[in-house]
Write a protein that binds this ligand. Structure first.
Ligand code: SF4
Length: 431
């Protein structure tokens, strides 16, 4: 039996894809290896969102080449977004790679390993064939990701995703509720429904609000989350589901990207700051204690100091619980790549650190508001520092550390918050 090791780069979607790939390989008689050295085949599931992400993959390929020289039978496969973007070009820089599979072809890997074909194989055609009945392999026994749609039709000008994951395709609602129940039988308590823009989910008969209500009412899952949303498609019906379905976790990840309407237009985001702010107000009015996180980009083409200040003011006004913050990185193939990348790197770095410091202060203040509150927490393991300290996530997707017996792992417990810093809450078990 051949052994494999999957190394995953990038987002939750890639983690979910790696889980599906591992399930396919296991079903075809392969078994997971502990390390890349032990594995007969090493699979890199790649990310292409920034140049740095691709450089990291080529760095890892260099290391694998060293291993392959010592173990000539070892196979190397590169799958996912970078394979989709570069295809054959990967072999020019790494001719020792055996298999290159795009985002829609990766589940076919077993057939390319066994076919003994001479020379490297490259397959990047779109058209994803889902494998029915397989429960994706996952690290966390109690909390799992489930992909509900693939691709994105938004074409934000800075983003490579639509080019490497193709147009939106939503899975049938019945298939998703069936998979959720399969995962519940496999011990899952919390599901995160995944898509590049889940708000535009539509299987031809049901939209995203229908899907959430069906998962809440027609499955035995305990807690439901979803990501990533696009403000353009955040409907009142979706807000109503979050306000009325108790299984919906009080957390929304809603990328804002910029506080300047001119920059939002140049990014192709199709909403204004005022529209975004109104959505935040609606969500906070409808869902008590909802935690809101976001994505922000600074230093986008032609962003003035005043427009950067608009982003800082927006962050100050909205007071997000947390944020993923980036400096603009041009991606070949995107519309923005044709615009001059005219904000100097040191200025991008200055703006990013200014923003990070502001958000860190706000996250700290928001977490102080948690003190004394009792939060429902899914205990998903022990903290890295001590086996006697458990960790878990609140409904607001905040990490909580508290002392308790390992026997509580997998349970949903109530924890009273006693202290907090900008990233982590600390608490005491209530029941
Ligand atoms: S919504 Fe925009 S940023 Fe998000 S994946 Fe689609 S194109 Fe990229």
């Amino acid at each position: 039996m051949k052994s494999y090791k999957i190394v995953t780069f990038g987002c939750q979607m890639n983690l979910a894809d790696s889980g599906s790939l591992a399930a396919v390989l296991n079903a075809r008689g392969f078994h997971p290896a502990e390390t890349e050295v032990d594995a007969d085949i090493v699979i890199l599931n790649t990310c292409s969102v920034r140049e740095k992400a691709e450089d990291r993959v080529f760095g890892r390929l260099g290391e694998l080449y060293g291993m392959k020289k010592m173990q000539p039978g070892k196979k190397i496969a590169v799958v996912g977004c970078m394979s989709q973007r570069l295809g054959e070009r990967i072999l020019q820089r790494a001719p020792y790679v055996d298999i290159v599979l795009g985002t829609d072809r990766m589940l076919e890997l077993p057939q390319y390993v066994d076919d003994g074909a001479f020379g490297a194989q490259v397959h990047t055609e779109f058209g994803y064939e889902e494998i029915d009945g397989l429960v994706p392999v996952r690290d966390n026994k109690f909390a799992a990701f489930l992909t509900i749609m693939r691709g994105c039709n938004q074409y934000c000008t800075y983003c490579i995703v639509p080019y490497v994951r193709s147009e939106e395709r939503s899975y049938p609602l019945e298939k998703i509720t069936f998979q959720v129940n399969q995962m519940v039988q496999d011990g899952v308590k919390e599901i995160t429904l995944l898509g590049q823009n889940v708000n535009s989910y539509n299987d031809g008969r049901h939209d995203f609000a229908d899907l959430l209500r069906a998962v809440a009412r027609n499955t035995d899952i305990k807690r439901i989350r979803f990501m990533t949303s696009h403000p353009k498609d955040l409907s009142d019906r979706l807000i109503d589901v979050m306000a009325t379905e108790p299984k919906m976790m009080a957390h929304l990840h809603l990328p804002m990207q910029s506080g300047s309407n001119r920059i939002l237009r140049r990014m192709g985001r199709i909403y204004t700051y005022e529209h975004f702010l109104n959505l935040i107000h609606k969500m906070r009015a409808a869902v008590a204690d909802i935690a809101i996180s976001t994505d922000l980009i600074v230093g986008f083409c032609s962003e003035t100091e005043e427009e950067f200040q608009m982003t800082l003011r927006a962050v100050e006004e909205i007071r997000f619980d947390s944020a993923f913050m980036f400096r603009y990185s041009p991606r070949q193939g995107t519309a923005a790549y044709r615009l001059p990348d005219d904000i100097p790197d040191n200025e991008k770095i200055r703006r990013l650190s200014r923003l990070i410091n502001l958000q860190k202060r706000i996250s700290f203040e928001k977490n102080q508001e948690e003190l004394g509150k009792s939060r429902s927490v899914l205990v998903d393991g022990c903290s890295r520092r001590s086996q006697s300290v458990l960790k878990g996530k609140t409904g607001g997707n905040k990490t909580v550390l508290f002392t308790g017996p390992e026997s509580l792992i997998g349970a949903i417990k109530t924890v009273r918050i006693t202290s907090a810093d900008a990233w982590t809450l600390h608490g005491e078990l209530e029941n």
